[in-house]
Design a protein around this ligand. Sequence first.
Ligand code: NCD
Ligand code: ZN
Ligand code: ZN
Length: 360
Amino acid sequence: MPLIKIPGMLDPHTHLRDLHWSHKATFASESKAAIAGGYWAVFDMPNTAPATTSAGRLREKLKRIGDSAHCDWGLYFGASQVDNSAEYAQVAARACGLKIYNNATTGDLLIESDAMRERHYRAWRGRGIIAVHAEGETVDSILRLARKFRQPTHFLHISSEYEITALAHAKEEGLPITIGVCPHHLLLTEADLPALSAYGLMKPELKQKRDQQALWRAIQRGVVDVIESDHAPHTIAEKTAAAPPYGVPGLETTLPLMMQAVADGRLPLPLACAMLSRNAQKIWRLNPPPDTYTLVDTDASYVIERETLYTKCGWSPFEGMRVRGKVREVWIRGQKVFDGEQVLSEAGFGRNLFGAGHES
Ligand code: NCD
Ligand code: ZN
Ligand code: ZN
């Protein structure tokens, strides 16, 4: 069987939940899902309950994830609409970046005023970069700030032709920006919504075929840096209720979906691997520790089923899809943490890739 070795798979866009949202998912359950999905490390977003918007909240989260994570990790600090930039000096060394929410989504971290966005851009001096949720014309507002402050900015979950075109031009202009795209926007469209119902609801929402085609063209031209899962688990009960929340899980489906795309001739294998590992490592200036890699059997073909998933939410928008590529082994720092069936690392094995962890 053709085994390939990917060094240090890294997903810089996940929502691991925990804290007051432990009914959705926990650092323990989702870090296991990450390992089963092939990942060395995942970065957790700050739109938790409570939100990660003060040094104290970050300290609490660092402690909790430090005690429970099975894989390595980073935590984003959240920009808040009540200016919290005075906290940055304290948190910058221990966070993987600053996250600015510029359009409405899960949680209450929305910043709509350009003046407040600019205050956060002016103040952030972190080791990590600024990562933004920006949709449609909001992308243009953030590009103006990236141009003004030359602050490295990662555009998360880019989903439309309009956005990817604007960002490709900005890259040509030389702005210090990078782009993440999610498997659900590459493989599903709004035409899938009747079949998926709330399991197909996420932010940014599923788009039209022409948007999807624009994303694939950008990938093939090397404009997209990262394939990120935007792993955002909600319970089946929440998803089937009257006002379902936005978000879909993805940690265990991203790698095989991309390997299927490789098998289908939609992108070369080295590019797929780079978008799942090396490119994010470069953006965050990280090197995986020695003996940190994933072995993938690129021939193994199977159908995605909820029964085999580690994620606590227990469903996937890709159920029933045939994919290619089974994770056979994951190694972190010389320790085998996945044997193709079981997660072998203990809770607390994972380390913060930014700073000294919760003791500092
Ligand atoms: C995310 C969540 O549930 O936390 N939801 C989503 O639909 N993507 C938030 C986000 O990434 O915008
Ligand atoms: Zn988002
Ligand atoms: Zn997200």
